[in-house]
Design a protein around this ligand. Sequence first.
Ligand SMILES: Nc1ncnc2c1ncn2[C@@H]1O[C@H](COP(=O)(O)OP(=O)(O)OP(=O)(O)O)[C@@H](O)[C@H]1O
Ligand SMILES: [Mg+2]
Length: 379
Amino acid sequence: MGLVILSDTDQEFLERVEEVLQGVEDMEIVRLTNPSAAAAAALERDAHVVVYGPTSGREAAFAAAQKVAGAAGLRTANLLIANTVDAELLRAAMRSGFRDVVAVEGATYGDIAAAVQESVEAAVAARGGDEAADEAGTTSKVVTIFSTKGGVGKSVIASNLAAYIAAKLDKRVVLLDLDLEFGDDAVMLGLEPTRTIYDAVQAYDRLDAQLLEGFMHVHESGAKVLLAPTQPEQAEVITNARVSGIIDLSRELADVVIIDTPGRLDETVLTAIDRSDEVLAVATMDLPSIKNTKVSLQKLRQLGYRNDLVKLVLNRADSKVFLEPADVERAVGSSVLMRVPSDRLVPRSVNRGVPVALDQPKSPVAKSLAELAQHVVAE
Ligand SMILES: Nc1ncnc2c1ncn2[C@@H]1O[C@H](COP(=O)(O)OP(=O)(O)OP(=O)(O)O)[C@@H](O)[C@H]1O
Ligand SMILES: [Mg+2]
């Protein structure tokens, strides 16, 4: 059951949208002519979606969306229908808390209805997550390891954090390898991928936390690991809604959920970031990596993520380069949470499938990873 508030001054538009939506099962629709009344009604009735039509007036619609996003978060999705959409409008809309923008130009009422339906599903998924967390009574923490560049050390950091926190900090840990095409966590942890996220998705219709746990491998540290598919093409069936559901179920199984990601900002990664309490952005000390980090963090801010959601981790921070960590902070506009030194022990331990943080605990690289792990469980 979804509650949708439609707001526009054009009665004919409202009627047409309502008509196509009524073909969809179980949707209650309320029509209003003004965005601020729509926002008030949405908050009062805990609506799933507010749709602002093309005659809403940009300023009023943006103010209303901001109000809804501020008060309801992801529980209620704001959807803007505009006559035309350009990059500037899209950016501004994302910043004001819209989930999606649809251009009337070239769209049918069916397209608009599909966007509304998608937004309802997103709101329902967001609520499921809230409720699952409430039910389990847990304060589990989800941490996504992120970088839009490959080879910077995301998987090294993710696998070491998971193993160290499970083995040394007495927490229940789940590691999700969401690098769906080329996930490396199996190799990094010396695990044979006999079961993967692909199998969990095949059983999605009846998946609960217990069944999901059965698809995970238990690393000798105690960390439970949901591995990436063994065939890149299997990634196709792993939709964002399913990823979102798997993250929520993982919360029930763990105190800390660590998510490893591919080196790009795609829908899967955004889904993970959406569900995260903290994002560790990994950068190395070279200009392309720093430029990349700067651009991707800007993008996250434009998408409306809180500034303090993301913390910067510098990997291979002592490489013989001309840059200083302070230069990086200035360039990226974020402070550095941790510096992980470069060490030959890392590739050696990767090749042996043993996390360096547990294998060589006295080394400086292991100590910095341990310190990062302490930070993750603190709070
Ligand atoms: N601190 C370090 N010191 C030395 N080598 C490192 C360090 N961190 C990572 N490496 C090496 O860099 C390689 C790439 O690391 P990793 O696979 O973790 O990167 P990634 O960001 O996950 O890449 P991808 O996006 O391709 O998955 C690893 O094989 C590892 O040996
Ligand atoms: Mg990786």
